[in-house]
Design a protein around this ligand. Structure first.
Ligand SMILES: Nc1ncnc2c1ncn2[C@@H]1O[C@H](COP(=O)(O)OP(=O)(O)OP(=O)(O)O)[C@@H](O)[C@H]1O
Ligand SMILES: [Mg+2]
Length: 256
């Protein structure tokens, strides 16, 4: 049986093909989502002699990047990391975290955003000495938005991943430096942050212990976590797959 011809005129086929990017430019384009976007960040510290610690920093970090920030003492590395960690605000500039503009936000909002998107590891661990290892990790989830009922499991899982679950009931003062830093990493990652920030995380550790902690950073990076790490040490910085250098408040990319 013959089909009836359609009553409506079919749409005219498009004759001009949609313009596409050439394979070359497509290959070069990084399509991963930017998680950190800094634009023209300045940070000055007022005083009798004002210090211009950051002088126009631009930086885009994409999901899954492992970036190290090197540079001499006083070049602005920690200032930059504190801005990235929402612990400090820039004097001028734009900082978008996961697409959200953070500059001009109220303190409460910044705290929420920090709790949901960021994990921070410091050189000197910053664990609460009066609380057990497990409590330290649980306290790190205070502003994470993670339901209370899930926190214990998350904390135990994070401690397991860094190899210190057998120390869950211990107090930080009874742990070795390497163990303390592992706990600090667990505290920072238990929330499953979008970005893990670390300021000289191996600065207080001996070489062997440092390697163990850096192996954990490698593993987290391989699992897809975005990591931004500050270090003086070229061996530590060399673990990252992208390196940038701070010099007198300005940042430049290291190209190999
Ligand atoms: N709160 C502050 N008040 C005044 N000046 C500050 C403050 N914090 C940092 N600075 C100054 O800003 C500059 C950059 O400091 P920052 O701590 O970022 O350097 P850094 O690269 O981390 O150095 P280091 O490798 O020694 O840790 C320095 O000149 C420092 O003295
Ligand atoms: Mg510093």
């Amino acid at each position: 049986m013959e089909e009836k011809p359609p009553t409506k005129k079919p749409p005219r086929p498009k004759v001009t093909p949609k313009k596409t990017t050439s394979p070359k430019s497509k290959a070069q384009k990084d399509t991963r989502k930017p998680v950190v976007e800094l634009t023209d960040i300045h940070r000055s510290f007022p005083g009798p002699t004002p210090v211009l610690a950051l002088r126009g920093v631009d930086l885009i970090v994409r999901t899954g990047d492992y970036v190290s920030i090197m540079g001499p003492s006083g070049s602005g590395k920690s200032t930059l990391l504190n801005v990235l960690g929402l612990l400090d605000a820039p004097t001028i500039g734009s900082y978008r975290l996961a697409g959200i503009e953070t500059v001009g936000m109220a303190d409460g909002e910044r705290t929420q955003l920090r709790g949901q998107y960021l994990g921070f590891v410091f050189q000197s661990f910053h664990l609460l000495p009066q609380r057990t290892v497990l409590d330290n990790v649980l306290l790190g989830m205070a502003y994470s938005g993670i339901p209370r009922g899930e926190r214990q499991d998350r904390a135990e899982e994070a401690l397991e991943q860094v190899g210190v679950s057998h120390r869950a009931g211990f107090y930080p003062t009874t742990l070795s430096g390497g163990e303390r830093q592992r706990v600090a990493v667990a505290r920072a990652t238990a929330t499953h942050p979008a970005v893990l920030l670390a300021d000289e995380p191996t600065g207080n550790l001996d070489e062997g212990t440092s390697r163990g902690v850096l192996d954990i950073f490698d593993e987290l990076s391989q699992q897809g976590l975005t990591v931004i790490l500050v270090s003086h040490d070229p061996d530590v910085a060399g673990r990252a797959n992208r390196q940038v250098v701070m010099s007198e408040g300005k940042l430049s990319e290291v190209t190999s």
